[in-house]
Ligand binder design. Structure first.
Ligand code: AGP
Length: 665
């Protein structure tokens, strides 16, 4: 939630901020804003709605062309505290207009801090939790308000209501007192007054936050801090970047630095210094980003989602590449556990949210089948609140595309507090969940910009299958040649995915025909059930349509009452070869809903003739192993939801109310 970019260097900070926000907008699009320090002034501009509104404001703003300065920051918001208005848009400033703050997360004790600040005479202009940080920094730095500050404050409050562009000469305030006045550090890197002040403020904050702050009198630094929210550093030549994720600066540098929990980063032109909240210098982990800016562009597609659907064969191939070592063993990316630790596992929990949870549900079938270990799948947001029984023999598998989902992160922390081992399946190098885990398998799908997960779902399913095989291997339940045979079959799946995508025109046509449907039901059995759930989720989030997924056998226990003439019911049919007993049952279920007037849309593999008499629409997928079938049966459901939403005239990359990375609980 919320996208953040900070910059210090020699380029136009406004250009860097706006370009960064274009790449981060998928993280939240309720409002956006920028703050730039230059020519002795701090200028801010912010606007409710999508980034295009801010760009229009900047293009039309009387005194903003150009917005000078080579130090600045930008923010795109997913609203939590305070509606998506101009006034609540970030950046937020202090009373003097000298300090600007952007924030991702929730400051849980903001009400108490706000009351304290107001009692000390601060005037807060917004309804956000964020604004308290600007005023706390003001107190820490000891800025003296001036006539100019009053004017700036008036401008801010008045103009913000209409989409504010503030600052300029009217906002100039005297420099802060003491060493800060010269903009000098008070004792070396990491001790700049703004850095020290932010550290002290962070100690007062509860909750989750990534903060980036600027000061009008300190154009030499941009300072960031994080707790339970993402922040990465981009290390350029003579320039430094702070961002929610690397996509914001990938066009400028592919050298990145992880920032750990409860750390503050002081970014300067000549580099960065990272300290903990107590001021001790800490080493960050540097890494090279192995994809470039073109991977995060639309590449000729009108929507990222269409591009990402089509990238699935290569995303899957990349996830699977090099997973079998020369001696035939499955290879994870990071393993801080011994083989004995894995052998000691007596129970598996999978925790995840949304689409990643559906990947976890599929994993359960494979893990239990291959390892004979009991496996429970739990929505991460519920996990820690029901006090699950965990100990050092429990393996918790956390699945997250972003690696930052706070519900999942908190589940991971809870599991580790209970001494359980945690294995992360993640798509984002340098993110928090892998860092907090004992072992990691990266899905290597490349950046996914569309808010609806597509290619990373396939990557997650494949990664889960690999983890299942890994566990079976270390525990000696499957022999090496059996594991290798499964991996070889898995490695043929990208080709089947490509062949499936090539034949989905009929479901596109059907989606367009059903654009006005009121609701759609999705049915499945075995691994087809989580696929049905995923199909329903895609349709809800993209087309804003009522959609439900059910186990086909459960329908008769209640949901069958929903069936009325013409209701589209999409059924994911298991292979008649692999699961013959299930196949016969689902054919009966199709007949049951059809007898009640449903319009049946049947996803079945090539050669399955038994479904033909009962399918109003038959969508064919290639034959595959039962446990691998979700890698192909999910594809028509993704395409169905995407095409139907497009037929309704909706933005499939940025569905309403959603954000790509959910960093609040
Ligand atoms: C689905 O299309 C959504 N993107 C959402 O359900 C997502 O899968 C969920 O929020 C979890 O995100 P994560 O994989 O980044 O943890």
């Amino acid at each position: 939630m919320c996208g953040i970019i900070g910059y210090v260097g020699d380029q136009s900070a406004l250009d860097i901020a706006l370009n960064g926000l274009r790449r981060l907008e998928y993280r939240g699009y309720d409002s956006s804003g920028v703050a730039i320090v230059g020519a002795g002034a701090l200028r801010t501009a912010r606007r409710a709605g999508k980034l295009a509104n801010l760009e229009k404001l900047l293009a039309e703003g009387p005194d903003m062309d150009p917005m000078p300065g080579t130090t600045g920051m930008g923010h795109t918001r997913w609203a939590t505290h305070g509606g998506p208005t101009d006034m609540n848009a970030h950046p937020h400033t202090d009373c003097t207009g000298a300090i600007a703050v952007i924030h991702n997360g929730i400051i849980e004790n903001f009400a108490q801090l706000r009351a304290e600040l107001e009692a000390r005479g601060h005037e807060l202009a917004s309804e956000t939790d964020t604004e308290v940080v600007a005023h706390l920094l003001e107190d820490e730095l000891g800025s003296e308000p001036s006539a100019g500050a009053d004017l700036a404050g008036a401008n801010l409050a008045g103009a913000a209501a209409a989409g504010a562009v503030t600052g300029g000469a009217g906002a100039v305030v005297p420099p802060v007192a003491g060493a800060a006045a010269a903009g000098a550090s008070d004792g070396g890197p990491g001790t700049h007054p703004l850095t020290s002040a932010l550290r002290r403020v962070c100690l007062r904050l509860e909750g989750a936050f990534t903060l980036v702050v600027l000061h009008r009198d300190f154009p030499e630094v941009v300072v960031g801090a994080r707790r339970n929210s993402p922040l990465v550093v981009g290390l350029g030549e003579g320039e430094s970047f702070l961002a929610s994720d690397v996509s914001a600066f990938i066009a400028h540098t592919r050298e990145a630095l992880e920032i750990g929990q409860d750390q503050v980063v002081e970014a300067r032109r000549d580099g960065v210094t990272v300290t903990d909240f107590a001021g001790r210098i800490v080493e960050g982990r540097r890494y090279h980003v192995d994809w470039d800016a073109s991977a995060a562009e639309k590449g000729g597609y009108p929507y990222f989602m269409l591009k990402e659907i089509n990238e699935q064969p290569s995303a899957l191939a990349d996830t699977l590449r090099g997973r079998l070592s020369a001696d035939g063993a499955i290879v994870l990316d990071e393993e801080r556990l011994s083989a004995q630790d894995f052998r000691d596992v007596d129970k598996v929990f999978i925790v995840a949210c949304g689409t990643a949870y559906h990947a976890g549900l599929i994993a359960k079938y494979a893990v239990e089948h291959w390892t004979r270990l009991p496996c429970e799948v739990e929505m991460a947001s519920e996990f820690r609140y029901r006090d699950p029984v965990l100990d050092r023999s429990t393996l918790v598998i956390a699945i997250s595309q972003s690696g930052e989902t706070l519900d999942t992160l908190m589940a991971v922390k809870h599991a580790r507090e209970q001494k359980a081992r945690v294995l992360a399946i993640c798509n984002t190098n340098g993110s928090t969940i892998p860092r907090e885990s004992d072992a990691v398998l990266y899905t290597r799908c490349g950046p996914e910009v569309g808010v609806a997960s597509t290619k990373t779902f396939l990557g997650q399913v494949a990664a889960c299958l690999l983890v299942g095989l890994f566990l079976a291997q270390v525990r000696g339940v499957l022999y090496g040649d059996e594991v290798a045979a499964y991996v070889e079959r898995l490695q043929r799946m990208p080709d089947l995915v490509r062949r499936t995508l090539d034949r989905l025109e009929p479901i596109r046509e059907l989606a367009r025909e059903l654009a006005d449907a009121k609701a759609v039901l999705f049915l499945g059995r075995h691994v087809g059930y989580p696929v049905a759930l995923e199909g329903a989720l895609k349709l809800k989030e993209l087309a804003y349509m009522h959609a439900e997924g059910f186990p086909a056998g459960e329908l008769k226990h209640g949901p069958i009452a929903l069936i009325e003439p013409g209701l589209p019911v999409l059924v994911v049919v298991p292979s008649p070869r692999g699961r013959a007993n299930l196949h016969g049952k689902i054919v009966s279920n199709i007949q049951e809903v059809r007898a009640r007037g449903a319009r049946t849309i049947v996803i079945a593999e090539d050669g399955d003739t038994a479904v033909e008499p009962y399918a109003d629409h038959l969508i064919r997928v290639p034959e595959t192993t039962s446990l691998f079938a979700p890698l192909v049966t999910t594809l028509p459901l993704q395409v169905f939801a995407c095409e139907l939403a497009l037929a309704r005239g909706l933005d499939v990359d940025q569905p309403r109310n959603l954000a790509k990375s959910v960093t609040v609980e």
